[in-house]
Design a protein around this ligand. Structure first.
Ligand SMILES: Cc1ncc(COP(=O)(O)O)c(C=O)c1O
Length: 389
């Protein structure tokens, strides 16, 4: 049987590798997959059931029901500092994943180039391959709080660069770009006429006091930025597969073309429930953020107290990015041995790009008791490792 070169080129994410390995053993504590451990707030589930029973079971318009697009426009208008036209500037997608892929497919030609931070969220690289494009990876260094610098981005631009993919707050590092950094990056995007995909799926899970800033609100960016978001993280709805993209009409009105032939539309009851959630669930979203903040503080303190480990205090999202360079082992060796010896699964940093080597990612979307037990197992493992050296 012939398997296409494209299918062969797609690599399995190391998040899934570790998750699957953890599933094959008993009593494993798994801190692998990036999904909230919370159940979707009950009123949202009730709404979806209500719409399903009322018979909202037909196809919807390709870009999504207008009611949901209006709710998105109302919510994001103030953040993007402009009026968003729900008819032409928003498309509803199957999670953020589809929004990012369709955005790339709408802008990029084969052979074009996308600038991306390294370490990066694992799906991006395979999505770039699906578009037959290449990535120019720009280091997001520890000494710069895991953010790319505008100078490094400028140095990476070449004649085929059409796009910059930005993710803030960031998976896997928990880094966040400041308004000043975004402004400098925006200047580069304008100078080289780049389209920016701004993946903002963690925009409500932030722990700083500064108000949220999107690069789309910077001068010259409204006409070149596609903001991607989803209900997956903020509303604890990853399995609902509900996401969206907001951007200039010129691009957004083209996106339903590939979206139509891939998925047609997102399922109808979920779209109605999503519209309701955006208008009624700010309290639930804030409540979950506060729980993540407590867990963040707990895990940072616990892991930093383990001799030899060093971790960055995440500014957002729900991942701890731990520096293991002191041990000299590869991040894969570290994770495989931890799984073998302590029945605990985390993800090797090398799965997120070359600059991820020397780090491991531990998700803290888990209750405090589980996090405490994870810290304990990590500590026993590291102590044993120290003794063997
Ligand atoms: C940065 C980032 N973007 C996109 C996604 C995918 O989101 P969705 O589940 O809505 O497709 C994830 C999921 O982990 C993520 O971390």
């Amino acid at each position: 049987m012939q398997i296409s070169e494209l299918a062969q080129s797609i690599t399995k994410s190391k998040i899934r590798v570790m998750y699957d390995l953890a599933g094959k053993k008993e009593n494993v504590l798994s801190f692998t997959v990036g999904e909230p451990d919370f159940m979707t707030p009950k009123p949202i589930i009730d709404k979806a059931n209500e719409y399903l029973s009322k018979g909202y079971t037909k196809y919807t318009p390709n870009p999504g029901i207008l009611e949901l697009r209006e709710a998105i426009a109302e919510k994001f208008g103030p953040e993007l500092k402009r009026r968003i036209d729900p008819e032409t500037e928003i498309i509803v997608t199957v999670g953020a994943t589809e929004a990012i892929l369709v955005a790339m497919q709408t802008v990029m030609n084969p052979g074009d180039n996308i600038i991306l931070a390294d370490p990066y969220f694992t799906s991006y690289i395979n999505q770039i391959k699906i578009c037959h494009c290449s990535a120019n990876l720009v280091p997001a260094r520890e000494e710069n709080a895991f953010c790319m610098t505008a100078e490094d981005i400028e140095a990476a631009v070449n004649g085929r660069t059409r796009m910059l993919l930005l993710n803030s707050p960031c998976n896997p590092t928990g880094a966040e770009y400041s308004a000043e950094e975004l402004e400098q990056i925006a200047r580069i995007a304008v100078k080289y006429d780049l389209v920016v995909i701004s993946d903002e799926v963690y925009n409500t899970i932030r722990f700083g006091d500064e108000p949220y800033v999107s690069i789309a609100a910077m001068p010259g960016m409204a006409e070149r930025t596609i903001v991607v978001n989803a209900f997956s993280k903020s509303y604890a709805m990853p399995g609902w597969r509900l996401g969206y993209a907001i951007g200039p009409a010129e691009l957004i009105t083209m996106m339903p073309k590939t979206h139509d032939v891939t998925v047609a539309c997102v399922n109808a009851p979920h779209q109605y429930a999503g519209a309701w959630a955006l208008r009624n669930c700010d309290g639930e979203v804030a409540g979950m953020r506060e729980i993540f903040r407590k867990r963040r503080d707990l895990i940072v303190e616990g892991v930093n107290a383990i001799p030899g480990l060093k971790c960055f205090k995440p500014k957002g999202a729900f991942y701890l990015w731990i520096n293991i360079k002191e041990f000299g082992a590869s991040s894969e060796e570290f994770c495989f041995d931890l799984l073998e010896e302590q029945n605990m699964a985390i993800v090797p940093g090398s799965g997120f790009g070359a600059y991820g080597e020397g780090y491991v990612r531990m998700t803290y979307a888990a209750d405090e008791e589980t996090i405490r037990e994870g810290i304990r197992r990590l500590s026993v493992f590291v102590n044993n490792l120290q003794r063997r050296r």
